[in-house]
Design a protein around this ligand. Structure first.
Ligand SMILES: *[C@@H]1O[C@H](CO)[C@@H](O)[C@H](O)[C@H]1NC(C)=O
Ligand SMILES: *[C@@H]1O[C@H](CO)[C@@H](O)[C@H](O)[C@H]1NC(C)=O
Length: 266
């Protein structure tokens, strides 16, 4: 059909990916170490056989799984791409990103029409949360905070190196990461520039969670600063992407900080 139908079928592609990740299809196929039939996957994951057959077949259509025929059955296996990015245990896993998109972002996008009408985020409709302070909503519990930090962790783990090396930052020895969150970008930075050290600025509760779960004392040359309103002088400023925060939120806070320290950093 026309381009229009392709556009809305993309939505279904995303949901297929979410379901396969959430049900653990890619992990199951990784652990099984050989191609499996839909019935075997369904038995292993405790799902309906027909439902699993349809899901696996859709995943194969999206090239998320490979297929082979054996004795009148179709057997499914991971592709290199799904093994690398979709299985939970891969060092480049995007599992947590997929999960966050499925459980949080997707629900907000359901209200895109209202967001455009009203000019504000839709946490209130999606989650019954006040939407004025986005980061209050994102960090509404320790559990939610960790999920958001895992999203950042997996994203930067995959593309952080490209971002950090897009420009030569080697002349800068002291780098500040405003809203450094899980520290994944800071890790990529000190890895790419062995002469540099990075100080992560973030909310006190984010800093303590980061220290507890994400950055260990063995990650040398990564330091922390609680809060993003006070600034040590004489450093170079790295202002990284702050998602979902066009108004208010850490994006605005860090632009304010950039302005405040503009005179002192160069
Ligand atoms: C952060 O990402 C790395 C690399 O994928 C992973 O090994 C680590 O377990 C992740 N940390 C958390 C707390 O999820
Ligand atoms: C920083 O200062 C320079 C030079 O005065 C100016 O051009 C630039 O817009 C300022 N940046 C910000 C974010 O305020």
């Amino acid at each position: 059909q026309g381009t229009e139908s392709h556009l809305y079928y993309h939505l279904l592609n995303g949901l297929t990916l979410f379901a396969a990740c959430e049900l653990g299809v890619f992990d199951f196929l990784l652990a099984s170490e050989r191609p499996m039939s839909a019935a075997q996957v369904a038995a292993g994951l405790g799902t309906d056989v027909d439902g699993m057959e349809r899901l696996l077949s859709a995943c194969a259509g999206l090239e998320l799984l490979g297929t082979q025929a054996a004795g009148g059955e179709v057997l499914y296996s991971n592709t290199d791409m799904s093994r690398m990015y979709l299985s939970r245990s891969s060092p480049r896993s995007l599992f947590h990103s997929v999960e966050y998109y499925s459980k949080t972002v997707y629900l907000c996008w359901n209200y895109l029409t209202d967001a455009v009408r009203e000019g504000k985020n839709q946490y209130e409709k999606a989650f019954g949360l006040p939407s004025e302070d986005l980061f209050e909503a994102l960090y509404r519990s320790d559990d939610e905070m960790i999920k958001f930090m895992q999203l950042m962790n997996s994203t930067w783990n995959v593309c952080g190196r490209d971002v950090m090396t897009a420009f030569d930052l080697s002349p800068f020895k002291t780098i500040y990461d405003l809203g450094g969150c899980s520290g994944a970008l800071a890790k990529q930075c000190v890895r790419a520039y062995p002469q540099s050290s990075v100080t992560i600025f973030d909310l006190p509760k984010v800093v303590s969670t980061c220290r507890e779960h994400f950055v260990s004392p063995t990650d040398e040359r990564i330091f922390f600063h609680e809060g993003i309103t006070s600034f040590p002088p004489n450093g170079n400023l790295g202002h990284h992407w702050v998602p979902y925060g066009p108004k208010g939120g850490a994006g605005a806070a860090s632009s304010a900080s950039v302005k405040r320290c503009n005179g002192t950093t160069n």
